[in-house]
Design a protein around this ligand. Structure first.
Ligand SMILES: [Zn+2]
Ligand SMILES: [Zn+2]
Length: 222
């Protein structure tokens, strides 16, 4: 899959240069999450620390979290372009970015973090679901988009991290059982509250492990 060459008349989603969905200079300049990472949460590892602060914040529900990009600079531009343009090829591009840096996790099923109905941030598409399906095709993994549902949409913006965790915790429910190891897929991880809330639901419904992948994440450096 070379999505970069999909459409010759495309414009780069970051710099608008003609010819590719993501031009080569912009692809090289993306803020890739590289280097030593915490084996569990995927945050850049800080060797002087014994306990990882991001793992402490996430709690024990997520077995492994990985992301392709930092949510900054052209990484943020790519995410915004995906949401603003709402085009399927950008979901493929997001999958390509993840596949470039993340190895296939040892999981049995993929579950997308469900977008809220009518969520204005995505113009008529379900970005995480499209990304989940693209990854499922690449890794020959089934995608379940019927088990995890969003039951409420309360604004997260403006809430501090503990309040975000409580708020997100009440926003998801399971519509069925699930077995084996699950991989949650979302567009971005900020505090990890949404992933944690979804992981709690999956575990309660029978998942043995919960891994997570996001295209981008906020790296706090805390
Ligand atoms: Zn470009
Ligand atoms: Zn960690």
């Amino acid at each position: 899959m070379d999505v970069l060459r999909l459409l010759a008349d495309e414009r780069c989603v970051v710099c608008a240069a003609r010819g590719m969905l993501l031009c080569r200079p912009c692809r090289r300049a993306l803020p890739w999450l590289a280097g030593p990472l915490c084996h569990r949460c995927g945050e850049p590892a800080q060797q002087e620390r014994i306990a990882c602060p991001v793992c402490e914040r996430l709690g024990r529900r997520l077995d492994c979290v990985r992301s392709a990009l930092r949510l900054e600079g052209s990484g943020r531009a790519l995410l915004h372009a995906w949401k603003d343009a709402a085009r399927a090829p950008v979901a493929e591009l997001a999958a390509t970015c993840l596949l470039a840096v993340v190895t296939r996790p040892a999981v049995d099923v993929i579950v997308a973090v469900p977008a809220a109905p009518g969520r204005a941030a995505w113009r008529g598409i379900d970005g995480p679901r499209d990304l989940a399906r693209a990854l499922g095709r690449s890794w020959s993994l089934p995608v379940r988009d019927d088990v995890l549902i969003r039951i409420a949409e309360r604004p997260q913006r403006g809430l501090r991290a503990p309040a975000r965790r409580r708020n997100a915790g009440a926003s998801f429910a399971m519509a069925g059982r699930i077995t084996g190891r699950a991989l949650l897929v979302d567009d971005v991880m900020t505090t990890g509250a949404t992933l944690g809330a979804c992981a709690r639901q999956l575990q309660a419904a029978g998942a043995e492990q919960v891994h997570a992948l996001t295209l981008a994440r906020v790296v706090t450096g805390a």
